[in-house]
Design a protein around this ligand. Structure first.
Ligand code: SAM
Length: 289
């Protein structure tokens, strides 16, 4: 099926939102990602139901790349996520209630349309700018502002089958990371999973000094080896400053650290994808009380 046929087939379902999204779910994820990159103007009905793409500069600011390069990475992550969820929970991602924790401009939220209906898709982020961009793009999902040091998630009474968090724990301080996993634990189904990405030790070899020029590589490597958690905050003026404490920067975490410090979660598996070797997926199962 070529692009034009895909748009035509979607347009033929556009008078019924439910049937439109059902039709969308029948397509391969890469096709879904591709068609949302730039929906032709002569398909206004498709354009009105799907989000517009964030400008390149926004994509670069949040994710370091944009356009096709970023899309290939995003689709690869979603396939790795789907595969790992299947392997480590024995469940399918299809038709489940899913939260994107730290959703940014909605890069991955829109790819969830492959798996589940928009009413089952949730995204939160503590930076109001992220949510503003999601809303401006017209993403159909449940969106809410979370806290930098959350006690709970901004979706009262909602239990998620799966929560994933890409390129968020790669940035959180020790306190923010613990607060986040503790808040997520309150909202996860007993047979659900939390999937986060973490940076490995080797990240510090390529860490750009422009990010935080005071960082001393040997200190990060030593913290990683001795504590299992290495964190260097981004500069002052970061929106992630709570009572003078910067909760956001660059972080590496070991599996041993997670096991020893996040008592409500059990590491059940890891995954890796070559499109971004510094984002290792860790699959966490809630310990039952
Ligand atoms: C590198 S961006 C990744 C965005 C998105 N997950 C993606 O992969 O496109 C990091 C995101 O984490 C958000 N963030 C910062 N501190 C956070 C926290 N304490 N809890 C959850 N998200 C946080 C930022 O606002 C930002 O949107």
């Amino acid at each position: 099926m070529d692009r034009l046929d895909v748009y035509k087939s979607l347009a033929s379902h556009s008078n019924n939102k439910e049937s439109f999204f059902l039709q969308l779910r029948s397509l391969p994820i890469d096709v879904i990602g591709d068609l949302m990159l730039n929906i032709p103007e002569n398909f206004p009905e498709v354009r009105s139901l799907l989000p517009t793409m964030a400008p390149d500069q926004i994509q670069k600011n949040w994710n370091g790349s944009s356009g096709y390069d970023l899309l290939l990475q995003s689709c690869a992550f979603m396939r790795t996520l789907e595969c790992g969820i299947n392997r480590y929970s024995g469940r399918s991602l299809d038709n489940t209630k899913v939260l994107d924790f730290g959703c940014g401009w909605g890069r991955l939220l829109r790819l969830l349309y492959k798996f589940t209906a928009p009413e089952n898709i949730y995204g939160c982020d503590p930076w109001d700018k992220s949510l503003e961009i999601c809303r401006e793009s017209g993403i159909t999902a449940n969106l809410a502002l979370s806290d930098y040091l959350p006690e709970t998630l901004p979706f009262p009474g909602v239990t998620f089958d799966f929560i994933y968090s890409y390129s968020v724990f790669t940035h959180l301080s020790e306190r923010a990371a613990l607060a986040a996993v503790t808040a997520c634990r309150k909202h996860i189904a007993d047979d659900g999973l939390l999937v986060i990405t973490v940076r490995p030790r080797s990240y510090w070899e390529v860490h750009p000094s422009s990010q935080n020029d005071k960082v001393v590589k040997s200190v990060m490597l030593s913290d990683h080896d001795t504590k299992g958690f290495a964190f260097t905050p981004h500069g002052e003026g970061s929106p992630a400053t709570v009572n003078g404490e910067i909760t956001y920067g660059d972080t590496s975490i070991t599996l041993a650290y997670i096991t020893e410090n996040w008592h409500e979660w059990e590491v059940v598996g890891t995954e890796h994808f070559l499109q971004d070797q510094y984002q290792r997926l860790v699959f966490l199962k809630p310990k039952l009380r």
